[in-house]
Write a protein that binds this ligand. Sequence first.
Ligand SMILES: Cc1ncc(COP(=O)(O)O)c(C=O)c1O
Length: 466
Amino acid sequence: MGLLLGAVITVYQQGGRRMAKRSGVNRRGFLRTAGTTALLGAVGAKTSLASETTKIFRPTVGDTFDFDAVYDRVGSNCIKWDNAIRDFGDKIEVGMGIADMDFQAAPCITRALEERCSHENWGYLSRPDAYAQAIVDWNQRRYGLEIDPETVVFTTGVHPGIIAALKAFAPPGTKVLLTTPTYNGFYSDLTFTDTIAEDSQMKLVDGRYSIDWDDFETRAKRSNVFILCNPQNPTGNCWSPADMTRMGEICLEHKVIVLSDEIHCDFVMSGQTYTPFANLPNREIVDNSLTFKAASKTFSLAAMKVAWYFSTNPDLLARTQKHTRADLSSLGMVANHAAITEGEEWLDQLLPYIDANHEFAESYIKKNIPMLGYTKAQGTYLAWLDTHQVAEMIGAHETAERESRTSVEPVPPEDIVQRWFAEHARVFLNPGDSYGTGGADHMRMNLATSRVLVKRALDNIAAALA
Ligand SMILES: Cc1ncc(COP(=O)(O)O)c(C=O)c1O
């Protein structure tokens, strides 16, 4: 095993050098000295994947996966690293934006893709029943959630599913309730469907977000649809059955359909629980909802474009299906099927690693970066940082106001803070204002990466703020 790993490190280091040479930039030079476990596997070097397939590190069942290994994605057209470098230049040392993971994929996924690639025909795809059944089994096994396989509807992402439901239940010009700060992508779904956000800002008590129930109900009365995010991106809340029941009751009373986006559900930190909305005991509440899920966060298959939704209510399901057309790709289906049938061991080893990253970030920040606020998330691999002191220190509000005078669009102070972190700490973060009302003065940091990079980002931030 040790020998095999040694050989693999060599292969990947060669890959890393090749890519650095090709791009002409030594962007990731620091990674070469980041630690003995660093796997400098350039995805850019995957152009030669076919010739190197036998050398890829592939643990089998019973093996230990090395999430400390740094998997270099620069040069693969990935948003997380390449867009950060595109926007802020080579100074970016750690890309900690967008919600996907830096780890080398679960070996079962690569194996299944290679096997499928050896059959060189890419005609129209028939979806095997086994795939819907695998989704049902995953949810049953992990969450005790019973889904009728007949009600599983495939989509090419959670976005297309939510858009289909918005088209079904929220005609243009009507309002969609959101508890904010919430996932910024929902706002683009609303733009796409000409619907209007009804932000119910959550209350922040001791670093934890909770629903402002009076405000929620007032806004529910004027909304057609509520988009629940469980666990919530970016705040990390895992919603309790009591909270979701109350949301569900209010929505039922005011004829608001609940769309429960549970894409982050497989990331729950120790001591916390994810409760599927569809597992609430009140059947009327559940029948007033659709649930949207995917394996794309769980196994970082975002660009493989497969997700699904289901509902216990045949009417809601049929009305949403009328707006759904999803032609899945062969490779997307193969990758997703392999992940949820064979990838569980990989995920079960990853979860404590992510949990420890959250712990590490929280204690590091408390100890070394008093200007930042962070309370460990209950779910997701995202850290929601309070940056208001940084904004004050760097005069972000004044700079934003000044820059807005000569800009077509108003410049939010969070953009100034983002730029400051990029320039002074060489770290890319997502600006909080894009997550709706209450997102101001925050930045979102993605912790789904090797701890050496989490530490590097925090060391850089600490040094910049010092
Ligand atoms: C809460 C939430 N929903 C949906 C998505 C996007 O889903 P998809 O890529 O399947 O469209 C994301 C991506 O970050 C997300 O965080």
